[in-house]
Design a protein around this ligand. Structure first.
Ligand SMILES: O=C(O)C[C@@H](O)[C@H](O)C(=O)COP(=O)(O)O
Ligand SMILES: [Zn+2]
Length: 284
């Protein structure tokens, strides 16, 4: 199966109240772990690739790995630019073979965010590529850029609704209390904001900062209208802990396969448990 746009599965997720996981791809082991987990769960999924990850992996390798995963698994997989910062980077990804892009205009003024997102939607739609927009400021560390949680600003429901109506995005990421990276304290999600926005628009709300959110909070978020959830940090932690454990046990190890295989297996466990929690098992 070729890579698909998120519209292959997000409308179904919205209608049937489940969420599709966006799992970030940072290297080949991440890609293989995510695909293996999704195959075991028969679940659609989204490969998220940040601009930093794109620089690290190279755009051609990234597309080739995602296409191989889609071909081998037969699953509906979207290859999605995560937190794209400009029109140009979104177009570069689409030209290279991405089936979906996020334009994150949340650092611009509200009116500029609408204007810039609309331009991306117009160009992407003509090529059958789905688009995610973002409103509000999500705290924490995103692709090495840190936003102090005190500076995070929750999305205003009326603005989120207007943002959807004017841009026509396929899903809307709104700041509702989650943060990127590991949580310092308890996460307090504004389910009321999710619900008000989700009821008023036909596309799903996206929850960024999905790592470390308690299971019950994830269930309540999905019930309120979240249909896409981003997870990266939990896989990074599982990967690194597994490698550290192998190296700590045996300082003489030099074959990368000896520590990357346990790292991949640890990520398979993380992704399978998230897919089960999000309710997307058997939805492929
Ligand atoms: O930082 C990245 O490279 C990706 C994240 O911004 C991603 O969009 C995300 O929301 C993951 O959240 P986390 O796993 O809770 O950090
Ligand atoms: Zn994010």
């Amino acid at each position: 199966m070729p890579l698909v746009s998120m519209n292959e599965f997000l409308p179904k997720a919205k209608a049937n109240k489940f969420a599709v996981g966006q799992f970030n791809m940072n290297n080949l082991e991440f890609a293989k772990a995510i695909t293996e987990a999704a195959m075991a769960e028969k679940s659609p999924f989204i490969f998220g690739v940040s601009e930093g990850a794109l620089k690290y992996m190279g755009i051609e390798y990234t597309v080739a790995i995602a296409e191989a995963a889609a071909k081998q698994s037969g699953l509906p997989i979207a290859l999605h630019l995560d937190h794209g910062s400009t029109f140009e980077v979104a177009m570069k990804c689409i030209r290279a073979g991405f089936s979906s892009v996020m334009f994150d205009g949340s650092h611009h003024s509200f009116e500029d965010n609408i204007r810039l997102t609309k331009e991306v939607v117009k160009a992407a739609r003509a090529m059958g590529v789905s688009v995610e927009g973002e409103l509000g400021t999500i705290g924490g560390v995103e692709d090495d850029i840190s936003v102090d949680e005190a500076d995070a600003a929750l999305a205003k429901p009326e603005e989120a609704i207007r943002f959807y109506e004017e841009t026509g995005v396929d899903c809307v990421a709104i700041a509702v209390g989650t943060a990127h990276g590991m949580y310092k304290g308890e996460v307090k999600i504004r389910y009321d904001i999710i619900e008000e926005v989700a009821k008023a628009i036909p596309v799903p709300v996206v929850l960024h900062g999905g790592s470390g959110v308690p299971d019950e909070a994830i269930r309540l978020s999905i019930a309120a209208g979240v249909g896409k959830i981003n997870v990266n940090t939990e896989n990074q932690v599982a990967c690194t802990e597994a490698i550290r454990e192998v190296l700590n046990k045996d300082a003489k190890v030099y074959d990368p396969r000896k520590y990357l295989t346990p790292a991949k297996n640890a990520m398979v466990e993380v992704v399978r448990s998230k897919i089960q929690l999000f309710g997307s098992s058997n939805q492929a």
